[in-house]
Design a protein. Structure first.
Length: 326
């Protein structure tokens, strides 16, 4: 979670971590291409925090003040007088799809759209045994980013206090096989215990500019990964999800809280103004990385200035984009 997210949500990071929640200060990253030596891109200050999504989501859910119906799946979405009927019992004038890539609201909104190929990611997160030196080869303040040789994605090794998260995401198949290979490399290098393993969790996402998913139509709007708003270079989805949710809320408030079509149009315009033109997504969703760029990547990633200013600041922290005012 980067500083603009804390600010936009009006959360003090130290207060968040004071109740025992995982809050890992991050001062930079180690960047490299698999098979090459990494480049340390470290700053003087904290540039981000590592959190556990189960804790972060529960925190936001607890403070939101909404009526909760936890554990109830969305089984049916039907048009109704002045809005929608969900599961035959819940009436709403506006449905907001905020359930990630497989959100049922997003599926209903985009039922007529051609099938798209998302980026698939899989990860393992396990509580490390004491002592913490069990993964001493991975600096908790410098998460590691390892780009695949063909630049089709990247793997990561990320310490969050006593938790270790290792994962891999890419466009195309063979995600689990590549993740297992990456884990084997870490074991051989003695950087994680030989016995370290755990259940694999997966998710998928579409990146901004590579999707034709609709943001809104009368009575329906989508935010975050449900709308395909993840950053193209890093795949990060938390900040776009938070900011798109706030942009939608502002548009509705400006319209008096009513699901007015003009409010939803204002939301779509605000997203384009914030994140740039969306395009039709057709070309970028299929585009591969030219061979010359992949060949040059090793040299660029080994350059400390490029690793810090381009990969970390621009791609992963989006430092050039000012935070959304609370």
């Amino acid at each position: 979670v980067t500083p603009p997210v804390w600010s936009a949500l009006r959360i003090d990071a130290s207060d968040y971590g004071a109740s025992g929640r995982t809050l890992q200060p991050i001062r930079g990253f180690q960047i490299g291409r698999m098979g090459d030596a990494p480049t340390a891109a470290r700053g003087a200050s904290i540039v981000s925090h590592g959190i556990r999504r189960c804790e972060f989501d529960a925190f936001l859910l607890d403070r939101c003040g909404a009526e909760l119906r936890l554990g109830e799946a969305v089984r049916a979405i039907e048009p109704a007088a002045d809005g929608w009927l969900v599961n035959g019992a819940l009436h709403a004038r506006l449905l907001v799809g905020a359930g990630g890539h497989f959100c049922p609201v997003a599926r209903a909104l985009n039922a007529a759209q051609p099938k798209e190929s998302p980026i698939a990611a899989q990860e393992i997160e396990v509580l490390m045994p004491e002592p913490a030196e069990a993964a001493a080869g991975i600096d908790p303040e410098l998460p590691e980013i390892w780009f695949l040789p063909d630049l089709s994605g990247y793997a990561w090794a990320f310490r969050k206090g006593r938790y270790l998260n290792v994962g891999l995401g890419r466009r195309g198949g063979e995600v689990q096989a590549r993740l297992r290979s990456f884990l084997a490399d870490l074991r051989r290098a003695g950087r994680i215990p030989q016995s370290w393993d755990g259940p694999v969790h997966g998710h998928a996402y579409l990146t901004y500019g590579s999707t034709r998913r609709q943001l809104a139509r009368p009575g329906v709007a989508c935010i975050g990964d449900a709308a395909g708003l993840a950053y193209p270079k890093s795949g990060e989805g938390i900040r776009p999800a938070v900011e798109s949710g706030l942009l939608l809320a502002r548009a509705l408030i400006a319209a008096g809280g009513v699901a007015d079509p003009r409010a939803l149009e204002a939301y779509a315009n605000a997203v384009a103004e914030r994140f740039g033109p969306r395009g039709d997504g057709a070309a970028s969703s299929r585009a591969g990385v030219p061979g010359w760029e992949a060949a040059l990547a090793g040299r660029l990633l080994a350059n400390r200035w490029f690793a810090r200013r381009v990969v970390v600041d621009r791609w992963f922290l989006n430092a050039r984009q000012p935070g959304l005012a609370a």
